[in-house]
Design a protein around this ligand. Structure first.
Ligand SMILES: Cc1cc2nc3c(=O)[nH]c(=O)nc-3n(C[C@H](O)[C@H](O)[C@H](O)COP(=O)(O)OP(=O)(O)OC[C@H]3O[C@@H](n4cnc5c(N)ncnc54)[C@H](O)[C@@H]3O)c2cc1C
Length: 267
């Protein structure tokens, strides 16, 4: 690890000011991705701004028709939240299956979506639920937020403050976890909300994406059977030591059907 300046502000304003100073300033949430990359010298920020003391970034609030989750809220807190479990059980179930207890207690919603790992779970929930990502500068629809592998619409000096998840009529998530890390080899989040059905896939491609053919079929008949025969093209999907592109394409269909089952069962 290279030398860096460490800052621990207690307000968002202070954090924003610090982000505007220094050569290459990075914010630190739970450190689950940032610290390993710094240790491996893949990242060498001049300054690190630790968000952990900023109370405004933590917590979960239910509003009319939505659940607002602070960016620095841990996965464990999302999984345990009564508001999330009652109003969007699929989101609580997703958080409960991220990594292991250590990861869930340190990892954060904001860190996960800002990092936009192609195998992360939350991007699928954000996209399928039509979430809004609120930052220190603006509000960004999930449709516009996830740009490419490890790339988002965030500016260098922009901090995610919270994510607003509209409460769906029903939703379900299913993932085929990597047995070592629990990241999604493929995960599918299906939601029926105000603007119809959305099916979002993580893990399979370079970035989370929707499957319009599945959404149309589920719009006619919200059942696993409606997805029979719908194939996702393996072209452009990820292939690595864990799974080929063809296998991932196959898993999208399997996970989508399981996600619909979960939605029908309200889990
Ligand atoms: C062993 C292991 C297993 C894991 N398994 C899973 C899994 O099954 N599913 C899954 O989805 N994820 C998994 N993760 C990822 C984990 O859940 C974290 O969410 C992820 O590593 C990001 O970590 P963090 O929240 O601590 O953010 P950090 O590591 O602190 O930050 C990550 C990046 O986001 C930026 N950032 C952080 N917060 C903000 C913010 N509020 N605004 C703007 N930028 C910000 C940082 O500058 C940095 O670039 C796993 C991680 C590990 C180490």
């Amino acid at each position: 690890m290279y030398d860096f300046n460490y800052h621990r502000p207690s307000s968002l304003d202070e954090a924003v000011t610090l982000l505007g100073q220094g050569e290459d300033v990075k914010v630190l949430a739970g450190g689950h991705t940032l610290l390993p990359t710094m240790k491996q010298r893949l990242a060498a920020p001049s300054d690190v701004v630790d968000l952990s003391r900023i109370a405004a970034l933590k917590g979960i609030e239910a509003t009319e028709g939505a659940v607002r989750i602070g960016a620095a809220t841990s996965h464990a807190d999302v999984a345990a939240s009564g508001e999330v479990r009652n109003r969007i059980p699929a989101l609580a179930a997703l958080a409960a299956r991220i990594g292991d207890p250590h990861v869930r207690n340190r990892g954060t919603l904001g860190g996960s979506i800002a990092n936009n790992d192609p195998n992360a779970d939350y991007p699928a929930a954000c996209l399928a639920l039509g979430a809004t990502i609120v930052t220190t500068k603006r509000e960004i629809a999930a449709d516009d937020f996830f740009v490419d592998m490890f790339e988002t619409a965030l500016d260098e000096d922009e901090i995610v403050t919270r994510v607003d998840f509209p409460v769906p009529r029903r939703a379900g998530y299913a993932k085929f976890p990597n047995p070592a890390s629990r990241y999604a080899l493929v995960g599918v989040f299906v939601a029926e909300g105000g603007d119809g059905i959305r099916a979002a896939v993580t893990g399979a491609g370079p970035c989370v994406f929707r499957v319009p053919e599945m959404e149309a079929a589920l719009g006619h008949d919200f059942s696993p059977a409606a997805l029979e025969g719908i194939k996702v093209d393996a072209g452009g999907l990820n292939a690595d030591i864990h799974a080929s592109a063809d296998y991932r394409a196959h898993l999208v269909g399997v996970m989508a059907r399981r996600a619909v089952e979960a939605a029908l069962e309200g889990r």
